[in-house]
Design a protein around this ligand. Structure first.
Ligand code: HEM
Length: 236
């Protein structure tokens, strides 16, 4: 079972992610969008969306620092275990909470605004469900488990395991004694990767770089602005 969960299952999810993304790109480029619903409701979106997006960007950077940078690098820089975990819990806790509050606001918006609800697809629910589950489990680990127990040293277990997955020689034994909440967090995150090609999350891979080189666009009002009307009346 351990081998299945930490060797087979991660590659199954990553395979669905890669093949799913490639085939969606091939067959559904028009549907490759974040499906903005800004025109349907702005007030809650203006608060929920930046909270979620900024939160998740910092959570992502935290994962890179905590999981991809080996613990030896921190030790050689003189960063003690205590200092590392205090920093990780403070930053991770804050940015994780931002992400969760943003997600809950976006969920509330989807449920409470009829027009948004009517434009919500199965894929949108799937993405929200897996995002909320993954983020909640991550936060439970950082803010509940680590506070009620000693901070868990994932840099000697989960860190080497995930680097093994990336380098194609994962060691399932590293994950055998990881706390259950963290195991569930990682399994849910992998499931999120697998469902993402079938949802609006495809937009993660679209950086609108063409915008930077695009010719400027002019927007004109359909009805003349007051100063234009005044000019016209004065015959200028
Ligand atoms: C396989 C991929 C992932 C691994 C191995 C992983 C691992 C971890 C680890 C080790 C922690 C720290 C737990 C602690 O403080 O003791 C954590 C926390 C967290 N994770 Fe993940 N995670 C993954 C994917 C994700 C994804 C996709 C998301 C968001 C959708 C996410 C969101 C969070 C959040 C919000 C926290 C709490 C805040 C923080 O400490 O950064 N994780 N995760």
């Amino acid at each position: 079972m351990n081998e299945f969960l930490w060797v087979v299952y991660p590659y199954l999810c990553l395979m669905v992610l890669v093949v799913g993304m490639l085939s969606r790109y091939n067959y559904d480029q028009i549907g490759w969008t974040s499906k903005s619903s800004e025109l349907l409701e702005k007030r809650l979106l203006r608060l929920g969306s930046p909270l979620f997006h900024w939160g998740i960007i910092f959570v992502f950077l935290g994962h890179v620092a905590g999981l991809l940078v080996p613990i030896e690098v921190y030790r050689s820089l003189g960063v003690t275990e205590h200092l590392y975990h205090m920093g990780a819990m403070a930053m991770g806790g804050l940015t994780g909470l931002m992400t969760l509050v943003g997600l809950l606001l976006l969920l509330w918006r989807r449920l409470s605004v009829r027009r948004v609800l009517r434009h919500t697809s199965g894929g949108d629910w799937l993405a929200l469900l897996f995002l909320i589950a993954t983020v909640t489990l991550g936060l439970l680990m950082t803010l509940v488990y680590n506070v009620s127990h000693l901070p868990y040293e994932y840099r000697t277990t989960v860190g080497p395991w995930i680097r093994g997955v990336i380098l194609l020689h994962p060691d399932a034994a590293l994950m055998a004694h990881v706390p259950l909440v963290l195991q569930l967090h990682i399994l849910t995150a992998l499931a999120l990767f697998a469902v993402s090609p079938f949802t609006r999350l495809v937009h993660i891979f679209s950086l609108p770089l063409a915008y930077l080189r695009r010719a400027p666009m002019q927007y004109r009002r359909r009805t003349p602005a007051p100063f234009e009307r005044a000019r016209r009346d004065e015959g200028i």
